[in-house]
Design a binder for this molecule. Sequence first.
Ligand SMILES: [Zn+2]
Length: 311
Amino acid sequence: MLGSFTLKLDGVSCPACGSGELNHLIVKPSDKKGGDPIPLRECRNCVFAWQWPAQSDFLKSVAHASQRYTSDQENEYYKDERRKAVAQHQIEYVKDLHPKGETILDVGSGDGAFAAVAAEAGWRSIGIDPAMPRESEGNPILRMATLQDLDDGEEFDVVTLWDVIEHLDSPCDVLEQAARHVAPGGWLIVETGNYQSLERVQAGGTWWAYAADHRWYFTPSIVRHALEAQGLSGAVLAPRVLRPNADKKKKPRASVWRAIRKAPKGIVEMRLELQRNAQIRSALAEWPDWYHLSIFTAAAQKPSIPFEPSA
Ligand SMILES: [Zn+2]
């Protein structure tokens, strides 16, 4: 039903499926060496995780992002090049999805690296971010703004949120606002880390995506559900990670014999290795369509005929 999927947290049940079967996890933040461990809840039913209690909020996220863009000049050239390379992969995907698209809005655009690459690729491009370090006019237009600052009725062929929803207090509210600015026949595209990835399973409590500023650890099914709850349809998952050198990795072998050979040291190591082995086999079996995606990109389309809720 439209708008019924909200991901509101109550601390006792899964905000996605409502199950009360939750694991309590403590993980290491990858962004701060020696930073406080992060408490997570993980739903045993839909295998999705979120911070509880939350370690961040909207204002802290904005402050964190602003700081990132204004400090740390070291390797700036490399970082710019890297962001541009990532944006090239992203815009290629956008073009494949919407070959006739002309206008694009990037929400949470950071310093506008993607918006600039989109403009170079021929789109009329706007990037908005509450932590925008420099505003500009022309193409791209870069504004220090959120979706709420846009005019009603301002529509774009494509609206993108690259690595944004994991930071938000209320991701579904933002998706709802974003969907309102998608033109009929246009696409809303969301990218985030994949909790149902083999990489996450193999990394244990030290996965790269664990960070104080990442409140949610999404799965493709949940993002698809969230997009469809906004009246979008035809949800698709990009078949690859939109990053340079992110070709599909070889399918790992996870036989019990391999585990025994790999951990001959003692009964404790053996048990841990067998446990991890079982988790890997389960990931391969349960998530065959996305276990190989460490970061996933989901997209859904606004119907060409305006959506009318049935009476
Ligand atoms: Zn759940």
